[in-house]
Design a protein around this ligand. Structure first.
Ligand SMILES: NC(=O)c1ccc[n+]([C@@H]2O[C@H](COP(=O)([O-])OP(=O)(O)OC[C@H]3O[C@@H](n4cnc5c(N)ncnc54)[C@H](O)[C@@H]3O)[C@@H](O)[C@H]2O)c1
Length: 331
């Protein structure tokens, strides 16, 4: 890629055909940047990039092959979002999760370091493990369950990614930003890999029972993907963010039972709800977390993070998107 002027950057987005990645690509294109996407479409969809397909370069490949295709090219910034994602995928395919999340991130960081590219690493609220002190702060201790419980492998892979990124920052002064995403929701998210809101919206649109895992008293906080996509470029462009870890999400905490009720109300659905034990969904060794809520002080202070979308609006937009794409009819 030829080097553009200072304000226009050459940007690589790994996992750019995914849910968060596609919204980010739209934002980066709107900001006037040159965007290249590497995505193997394992969980992402080409159609997610329909709105920017003319303006970006899309490389359909596994990350390693995709980076090879960019040999000799300059990149100013990298957003590394490609990962094995979703509780169901993690429980069903632990080898793929561990290998993808650790090996690919290691390769990516080495590649970015050779180019001195400012790099964002997508981490997760899962890194907090079984933390019970709310809200979660970036410097909190973490506690995981036993290694015999595959669920924690995802948290550990993301923690290793964080250690690696911070090590590149410490040893090679690579400008890195680590973002711990909490539940991110909105148009284009699909329920196939266990994501809660699209599953609930799809059931509500179909008038089917909404299946709640566990007793539904567990709490989460949901942030609109468009608010997320809006702040990410500011994080990479802000020097004071480099070398730091940030929570990113909403601090409105609601129970999953309440979430189901809001979905039903907002969509005027006739659906009921049904509780389903974790063991039935994820097998005997599954452990879930009771509560999750981010402390957003750091991202507010450094990046003026101020989400605009209320959950009710997000639900309406996700439902519209599902109806338009035919996702509403998919089980
Ligand atoms: N959505 C959330 O609530 C959430 C929460 C915590 C963390 N995250 C993190 O944010 C990032 C993006 O998540 P998302 O929700 O957009 O998921 P997603 O599944 O929609 O996006 C991931 C993308 O990466 C691609 N991909 C996976 N492995 C790849 C590989 N080896 N090579 C090339 N492409 C590959 C997939 O095809 C997909 O398009 C992930 O790193 C995820 O761990 C998301």
């Amino acid at each position: 890629m030829p080097r553009p002027s200072d304000s226009v950057k050459n940007i690589l987005v790994t996992g750019g055909a995914g849910f968060i990645g596609s919204h980010l690509c739209e934002r980066l294109v709107a900001l006037g940047h040159r965007v290249t996407v590497i995505d193997d479409l394992s969980t992402g969809r080409r159609g997610n990039l329909a709105g920017v397909v003319e303006q970006i370069r899309f490389i359909e490949a596994d990350l390693t092959d995709g980076l090879g295709a960019l040999d000799g090219e300059d990149v100013d910034q990298v957003y590394h979002l490609a990962a094995a994602v979703g509780v169901r995928l993690v429980v069903e395919q632990p080898i793929r999760t561990i290998e993808t999340n650790i090996e690919q991130t290691s390769r990516l960081l080495r590649w970015a370091c050779e180019r001195e590219a400012t790099t964002l690493i997508a981490s997760s609220s899962e890194v907090y493990g079984k933390g019970t002190r709310l809200p979660f702060r970036e410097e909190d201790d973490v506690l995981y369950g036993p290694t015999t419980c595959p669920r924690w492998s995802y948290a550990c892979t993301k923690a290793i990614d964080e250690y690696l990124a911070l090590a590149y920052h410490a040893q090679h002064q690579l400008p890195v930003v680590i973002v711990r995403f909490f539940n991110t929701v909105g148009p284009r998210q699909i329920g196939t890999y266990g994501m809660v809101l699209p599953r609930f919206v799809r059931a509500a649109l179909a008038g089917e029972d909404i299946l709640i895992h566990g007793d539904g008293s567990q709490t989460r906080s949901f942030c609109d993907v468009r608010d997320v996509a809006d702040v990410l470029p500011r994080m990479l462009d802000t020097r004071a963010c480099h070398g730091s870890v940030f929570n990113l999400g909403s601090d409105r905490r609601i129970s999953i039972n309440e979430l189901a009720r809001i979905v039903i109300d907002v969509l005027g659905s006739t659906s009921g709800t049904r509780l389903i034990p974790y063991t039935e969904v994820f097998g005997p060794r599954f452990e879930d977390l009771q509560d999750r809520q981010p402390d957003l002080s750091l991202i507010r202070a450094r990046c003026c993070f101020d989400p605009r979308y209320a959950l009710e609006q997000t639900i309406r937009d996700l439902a519209d998107d599902m109806q338009q794409t035919g996702e509403a009819g998919q089980a």
